[in-house]
Design a protein around this ligand. Structure first.
Ligand code: ACM
Ligand code: ZN
Length: 751
């Protein structure tokens, strides 16, 4: 083989490096702060590096057995022997002169490392920083010898509450998976697992006094007839709590009330206002059957549940939910109305406050305080409650004003179940949990969480949604907004993230992407075709794929191609030089109206523009996700679109895509009328359909193609007008009965 001059030069240089590495120090793998997330508050580099050659002498503090076990196991797995004869030491030591519940000091000198803290938690956080300063190879096996540069770290978290909400209800996760998530929280310096254990779609915690909660409430029948479910036995819960405690992570259980309680009502229907039997629902959304507030047995039931919950969770705080509890049942329930009269409550919101306060008092008698979602403010802040603000930061502002403790996890930055197009990594990192307006009490922002709801995430998808966005939030909560909102902070974070990924790889974490991998751009192509191009977005993303329509062909990102007729571009996602196995599909249609002049009778909703006023002729069809950016929508109005084909032509087929998701107030149109005209003045009908008449009503969210063959003999048309009639207000049976419904369209397709 012919060798180039460059490769010869590289070979000579590597030989030189190998020779140097035989000498002292220089070429040993080196640790440092390059892969450290979250970044400590203060790092000062020193002189006189520490060398480690396969062993360390570890000096443990008193009263740190569970932690010692965690640290020793990690060192063992890394191949570092704990040897009292080793010249290099790690000393964990308690000292009163480090202030703060999780604060620590860490010094690396030539003879060893000293980690000092006043608390076991501080020592553990210090250990985690030390672990992440070792060469990243140590995660899967340390090199024989390595160097740690001398430095002095002084560190403490900015916020005292740094958590992940894990919804174990919509999809159940097995015990090992939950423990792995605890390990990952510890890796990121987080200290709370907010464990969402009861929901409409499943009750997940064994309550011995109420066995039907798990024999009935933990199981649901899916649309395809399969059963989904599971629950954690009390023994398993104790195991998770102890596992977390050894890593200084508080497990806060969430036991939802009064809403999101369908699974409990399926088990014990007498607790609802109607008393009628229910099934554990297999649909997502907000359900109107909630615990009856007029029924004394509701409180007996909840107290029995909480009696067992408080025994299982040492956390001083219990999350009682309180979100999304529709009051329709309470409004028409004699018992609830009687309760309101007896207690002098003005409305159902006050009845909710009374409900939460009553349960709060019960928990107070057990030495526990409560946390509730920001809806608990609606009937007045229940005495002694902390508030978790999720519907933006408004609830946080109100609660701080009222003097409450507050946890923030607004949908704008902290919803890890949201797609990357709503919240990408940079957006998560940009979160400021403590804007100026909230920093002046009397209440306090304790910190924040990332919320991982699992409606659309069976266990195997959870990590790809949580990470790396929770990695960003971990730094936001640990380092604090003074650091993370600095101009270069995000770039600096990304540089450290690349090393952090190696750590996540070693822990077999299926982390996801940092932003949507691709965008699809379309334009008018040559000879009436549609021109399309897939653009790779984000760091290190590459793509290869296939156009599946007529003239099927391979597609590469960054190379435009021509589309005639309908089909999909299916792209494989590459990241950091590897194919991820993830695919992204873009449905497209190169039809005769694509990129022709268009007139709309309405202004698209700013939330659903479909990409702009020309969205209905851009060739991009909507997917099964109504938030994919391709859908154009309006609420409560009919939508008419008129396209000018440029010259009269025979029209054979017309079509549009509509979306159906009644739980989200999106209904099929009452009718779709297509008309043709030669002059844009005189119109004749091409086709008309009334999808409500011809399609079965179905609650599953989906795109539906409404297509019509034009009657033979219809006159030629230069203009095509599509009038889509809104379904009218949500019907009586709907949770939002009487509210204006939404209409979603993706294209006006003409052939
Ligand atoms: C919530 O997302 N319903 C708290
Ligand atoms: Zn009732």
């Amino acid at each position: 083989m012919k060798r180039s001059r460059i490769s010869f030069l590289v070979a000579c240089l590597s030989l030189a490096v190998v020779m140097v590495s035989c000498g002292p120090d220089v070429a040993l793998p080196k640790g440092g702060v390059e892969g450290l997330i979250p970044m400590p508050q203060s790092v000062a580099m020193g002189s006189g590096d520490l060398e480690c050659h396969g062993s360390l002498h570890v000096i443990w503090p008193e009263d740190w057995e569970a932690e010692q076990d965690v640290v020793s196991r990690w060192l063992e797995n890394a191949g570092i022997a704990m040897d009292p004869q080793s010249p290099s030491t790690i000393r964990f030591s308690r000292t009163e002169d480090v202030e703060g519940a999780e604060a620590y000091r860490l010094n690396v000198e030539s003879r060893g490392v000293v980690v000092e803290a006043a608390t076991g938690a501080g020592l553990f956080r210090g250990w985690m920083t030390l672990r992440k300063m070792l060469p990243v190879e140590c995660e899967s096996g340390c090199p024989e010898g390595f160097v740690l540069p001398a430095m002095s770290v002084v560190d403490a978290p900015f916020f005292e509450h740094r958590g992940l909400l894990l919804d174990g209800c919509r999809h159940f996760q097995d015990l090992d998976f939950v423990k792995k998530q605890v390990d990952l929280l510890a890796l990121h310096g987080m200290n709370v697992l907010h464990w969402h254990l009861t929901e409409d779609q499943g009750w997940r915690i064994e309550i011995k006094a109420l066995p039907r909660l798990t024999s009935v409430g933990a199981w649901r029948e899916e649309a395809d007839g399969t059963r989904h479910g599971g629950y954690y036995s009390q023994e398993e819960i104790r195991e998770v709590v102890a596992y977390a405690a050894a890593r200084h992570i508080e497990v806060i259980p969430e036991i939802e009330m009064p809403g999101h309680s369908s699974a409990a009502l399926a088990a014990y229907p007498e607790l609802g206002c109607t008393g009628l039997p229910l099934e554990v629902p297999a649909r997502w959304g907000v359900f109107k059957d909630i615990y009856c507030a007029g029924n004394d047995s509701t409180f007996g039931f909840l107290e029995a549940v909480l009696d067992e919950v408080v025994e299982l969770f040492p956390s001083p705080r219990i999350h009682i939910g309180g979100d999304e509890a529709p009051k329709v049942r309470w409004s028409s329930c004699k018992k609830c109305q009687r309760r309101m009269a007896q207690e002098g409550l003005q409305d159902e919101e006050e009845l909710q406050r009374w409900f939460i306060e009553r349960m709060g008092q019960y928990l107070a008698s057990k030495g526990k305080t409560i946390i509730g979602w920001d809806e608990i403010l609606e009937g007045g802040l229940p005495e002694g409650a902390a508030v978790q603000s999720w519907r933006g930061m408004g609830g946080a502002a109100e609660a701080v004003h009222l003097g409450a403790d507050v946890i923030v996890s607004p949908t704008s930055h902290c919803y890890l179940d949201y797609p990357l197009r709503s919240t990408d990594l940079e957006e998560a990192y940009s979160f400021n949990p403590l804007p100026d307006s909230l920093s002046h009490g009397p209440g306090r922002i304790l910190g924040g969480e990332g919320n991982m709801w699992t409606e659309h995430a069976p266990q195997e998808l959870v990590e790809s949604k949580v990470y790396p966005r929770l990695t960003a939030l971990s730094e936001v909560y640990w380092s604090g907004p003074n650091r993370t909102t600095q101009p270069k902070a995000y770039t600096d974070f990304l540089a450290r993230l690349d090393a952090h990924y190696v750590r996540l790889d070693a822990m077999d974490v299926d982390y996801g992407l940092e932003s949507p991998p691709f965008a699809l751009e379309t334009a008018a192509g040559a000879n009436g075709a549609l021109s399309a191009e897939v653009i790779a977005l984000g760091r290190g993303v590459t793509g290869r794929g296939l156009w599946t329509g007529t003239d099927a062909d391979s597609v590469s990102s960054g190379v435009s191609f021509e589309v005639r007729g309908p089909g999909e571009v299916v792209m494989e996602v590459g990241r950091r030089g590897k194919w991820t196995g993830q695919q992204v599909a873009f449905p497209l249609d190169g039809h005769d109206a694509a990129f022709k002049p268009l007139m709309l009778s309405y202004a698209p909703s700013p939330w659903y523009t479909g990409g702009g006023n020309g969205a209905l002729v851009d060739g991009k069809l909507g997917s099964s996700d109504f938030r994919d950016g391709a859908w154009q929508a309006q609420q409560g109005v009919d939508m008419t679109a008129t396209v000018d084909l440029g010259a009269p032509q025979t029209i054979e087929e017309v079509a549009t895509g509509v979306y159906l998701y009644q739980d989200a107030w999106i209904f099929l149109p009452a009718s779709v009328l297509w008309e043709g005209s030669e002059d844009g003045k005189q119109w004749s009908t091409l086709a008309r359909i009334a999808p409500g008449d011809v399609l079965a009503r179905d609650d599953r969210q989906q795109r539906m193609s409404l297509k019509a063959v034009v009657r033979p003999g219809a006159p030629q048309a230069q203009f095509v007008r599509m009038t889509v009639t809104n379904a009218g207000p949500c019907p009586d049976w709907h949770a939002a009965a009487g509210s204006e419904s939404w209409l979603f369209l993706d294209e006006i397709t003409v052939r």
